[in-house]
Design a protein around this ligand. Structure first.
Ligand code: PLP
Length: 313
């Protein structure tokens, strides 16, 4: 994921040059992980560029701020406008969008509350996160020996920068072990999620995913997949899932803003069914990519045009 190191970054209400989008090393966030963020995508389509589920992402950002007692100087509408303005200022169509709220420079006691709440919006061009072939051929993953953040330690529903120390341990181990990704178990030993993706399993045409109590981020793509599954007329079950369900599944896939819908072809070197992308995964991908590319109608009102003000939606 290289940066072009050019273009504009939105910082506290102003667009600044990429090279000037800096913070002081004594900022609280650098030392204590006192930040929350979002990962969003804009897709070019036959009908122009659209941001996928922008209001839902911004709502989650505000929810994360609430958990961490960060009072924002901007409303949800102002932040959505800031995202669209930043994309337009960089002349991007397809890009990744990273709104970040963090505790800035004031003092370095652990208590973040004396430090200012700062906001930035970065955008950059970023291709498929798990490899070009991944969407068709699927990826090989392993179960991590690292446990996901536990309940009442790091709140999993808040998308906090601090949570990603755990994700980084999971991802590094997977990489060193030769896997594209890993599946982490929660504190009680049931399935949780990947380092930055939600997990889905299919068995006998029923679509399963771990429930919110399994230390997962409540993914926006997860919600998208749940809706598209119901649209296909299939049953979905959000429930605690035992590890061995991984090896019994007919299909498995990850989903997330970066991963989109990525089939999993093996887990712990055990093939998922035939080791090929399954029909439910493929049907969900067709709906998902058809929608974002503009081949299918936006029935759920998930797309925000980059060119138009949010208020006009
Ligand atoms: C830990 C974790 N789980 C799940 C997801 C998927 O969430 P979303 O679909 O909102 O991108 C992400 C990505 O942000 C993540 O970091």
């Amino acid at each position: 994921m290289g940066f072009s190191e050019t273009g504009k970054v939105w910082m506290n209400g102003k667009l600044v040059d990429w090279k000037d989008a800096t913070i002081h090393v004594a900022s609280h966030v650098v030392h204590y992980g006192s930040g929350v963020f979002e990962g969003i995508r804009s897709y070019d389509s036959k009908k122009g560029a659209n941001v996928f589920r922008l209001p839902e992402h911004m709502r989650r950002l505000l929810d994360s701020c609430r958990v961490y007692r960060m009072d924002l100087a901007y409303t949800l509408e102002q932040l959505t406008d800031a995202v669209l303005e930043t994309i337009r200022a960089n002349n991007f169509k397809s890009c990744y969008i990273r709104p970040l709220v963090y505790r800035g420079y004031a003092q370095l006691g652990v208590n973040p509350m004396p430090c200012p709440v700062e906001v930035a919006v970065l955008v950059w061009e970023w291709d498929s996160s798990l490899g070009d072939d991944a969407l068709v051929k699927g990826i090989d993953v392993g179960v991590s020996s690292w446990t996901r953040i536990a309940p009442n330690t790091f709140p999993a529903l808040a998308k906090a920068t601090a949570n990603y120390a755990n994700s980084a341990l999971i991802k590094m181990q997977a990489t060193v072990d030769g896997y594209a990704e890993a599946i982490a178990l929660d504190e009680s030993g049931v399935l949780s999620e990947g380092s930055g993706q939600n997990l889905f399993l299919v068995r006998d045409n029923v679509v399963y995913t771990p429930s919110l109590t399994s230390s997962i981020l409540q993914g926006i793509t997860r919600d998208t997949v749940l809706t598209l599954t119901r649209d296909l007329g299939l049953e979905v079950r959000e429930q605690p899932l035992p590890r061995e369900f991984l090896y019994l599944a007919d299909e498995a896939f990850f989903c997330g803003t970066a991963a989109e819908i990525t089939p999993i072809r093996s887990i712990d070197k055990v093939a998922v069914s035939s080791g090929r992308r399954g029909p439910v995964t493929e049907a969900l991908q067709e709906r998902f990519f058809g929608l974002i590319k503009g081949d299918l109608p936006d029935e759920h009102n998930w797309l925000t045009p980059v060119g138009a003000p949010v208020a006009a939606k």
